[in-house]
Every structure is written in structure tokens, then in C-alpha cells.
Design a protein. Sequence first.
Length: 218
Amino acid sequence: MVECEEAAMRWRNVILDFDGTLVESQSVFVSCANELGDAFGYGRIEPGPELREKDSREVLVRALGLLPEQVPCWAEKFNVLLSRSMERAATVKGMREVLAALRKDHWIGIVTSNEEETVRHILTRDSFEPVDFIWPDAPIFEKERAIEGLITKQALSPEETVYIGDEVRDIDACRKVGIKIIAVSWGFNSEAVLRRKEPDYLVQAPIELLTLLDVSWH
């Protein structure tokens, strides 16, 4: 693990996940999944601690019981419902101030499976400062493609780029792309699940992101 001073000097670019990292979206995720239950023949799931112990594939295969051939169609329909429903999701307390502080010295991008219009609406609604770039409609299970696409399009240096995310699949994607990841414990996956995947860094509260990146709050 590098020291904070070294990290702050190296990381000029910060890419953030949206669902679970910037917005509290578990209840919206569950609602959308349950709305598709009848069409795909599975029962209801409930938000809560048990759901946070599973990664996304486990939710689909074990909790929902989807067959492999059903997943692409389910994911397409789910993304449409999610974008329509995300407007009711609350942003994570403290993240507005964190992004405002990061914007002073960092390039900020967002990777999301949501539509860009939805993301911008939520950020504007909750008085977030504008971000530099949004990469929308990211595939649920191929997030590395979206991260690579964003890095390539914006000509970012992987060594100067760090990702902030809340899921096991974020950790896996960053390893494939070759960038560092800061996992956050308040999102889709629990701290215990994230720790088992050994992310480069793990934080329990938004303000810790500024400490790690050696950024002043004010």
C-alpha cells in the first residue's frame, strides 16, 4: 500500500461508480428486480444485510434463479427499469462535499449502467458540482469494457487513475484494466465481502476518501 502523499501525487484522475457509491440504490435495485419477477419466473427478493453478502452474479443465479441464457435479456430490461426508477434514489451523505473537494485538483469521471440524463439530473437535483465526463449504459457484467473505454477516450494514464466503487465486480474490473481501486463499504457489497477480494484500499466513510487522496475538506 502506498502512502497518502504518493497516492495524491500519482492519482490525477478519479473514476467513480454511480449506483451504491454516489447514490443509495439497493432499494431501487430490489424494486426493479421484483418488477421483473413474474416475467422471468422467480420470487421476490428483499433488501437487507443478506443481499449485501452476494455479488451481482450470485444474486442473479442463486437468489433470482435465472438461467444463463436468460441473463442478457434480463439485464437489458433491468437497465431500462433502473434508469426510470433511479430519480427517487438519494445520494450518499457526504459525497457532494467530497466531489467538490476532489474537483479542485482532480479530473472526475463516472461509469454507470444508467442513462447519462438520469445521472446528470440526480447530480443537479442534489447540488453536486458538474463532473468532467460520464460513461453511461455500461454493461452490468463487463464493467472493464466501460472503464477501458473511458480511459482510452479521455487519454488518461492508468498509473494516474484510481477507481472508486462498491462491488466485488468493480474490484475484478479494475484488476483486468490495471488500475488501482478504492472500495467503499456503504454500497451494494458488505465490508467483509469486499475485504475478501483484497482491494487496494477500503474506506468506511466518504471523508476517508479525502484523507487517502490527501485532499483538504475546505
